[in-house]
Design a protein. Structure first.
Length: 209
């Protein structure tokens, strides 16, 4: 008799556990479905970045060894195209590359929030002191500078969160790439800022989230 009762209790527990798991699954499914529907209605769009200008204070390459010392300031604008979604920029690091090689240190842009349809403007300094450059890149840099123009890539890597009403999403990686054509050979194409030269660029950046 006791064995039958134990078996009965076990069956009852299994039924209760199945109901609990089924209820949890249904709730999670409803929440996920609701989130996806809201997301589809809002149609979130990636932020848009533009590299406005670059002010060159120093850019010197030594031949042996191949070392680069640079110091320049860039102006980058970011616009949130969404009318119902805010963006948290939790961490952004900006740096420069030449032919896929990083040639400056990381400069951190402070965390900020970007409201609906808002535009943020950042003007960080990007620099590097005696940064080792691959021999073939060092030679190419020296040649480009002698020719009077250099193509750089200004890159921004970081993390963003989306805010819809009181809901804030988890972190998403953001990668921004901005082509920067610097016409060193023609100072008349820039604006003198003391001993530095400011070049207007107004270049659209590629953004992936």
């Amino acid at each position: 008799m006791s064995t039958k009762q134990c078996g009965h209790h076990k069956d009852k527990r299994k039924k209760i556990l199945k109901r609990v798991f089924a209820t949890i699954f249904v709730i999670l499914f409803i929440l996920l479905l609701t989130f996806l529907i809201i997301w589809a209605i809002l149609q979130p769009k990636k932020p848009r970045f533009i590299l406005q200008d670059a002010t060159i204070y120093a850019f010197n390459v030594t031949a042996v060894p191949n070392l680069l010392t640079s110091n320049f300031q860039v102006t980058v604008t970011s616009r949130n195209p969404n009318s119902k979604i805010g963006i948290f920029y939790d961490k952004l690091d900006i740096f420069a590359t030449y032919r896929s090689q990083q040639i400056t240190y990381y400069t951190t842009i402070l965390p900020t929030y970007q409201g609906h349809k808002d535009t943020n403007v950042w003007s960080p300094f990007i620099y590097g002191n005696s940064i080792p450059v691959a021999p073939y890149n060092g030679a190419a840099l020296s040649q480009d500078q002698s020719n009077g123009d250099i193509w750089l890539m200004i890159k921004i890597n970081g993390k963003v969160k989306w805010k819809v009403g009181s809901f804030t999403s988890g972190h998403y990686n953001i990668h921004v790439t901005c082509p920067a054509y610097i016409p060193f050979g023609n100072r008349n194409s820039g604006i003198a800022v003391g001993s530095a030269v400011k070049y207007q660029l107004s270049t659209k950046c590629q953004v992936s989230v």
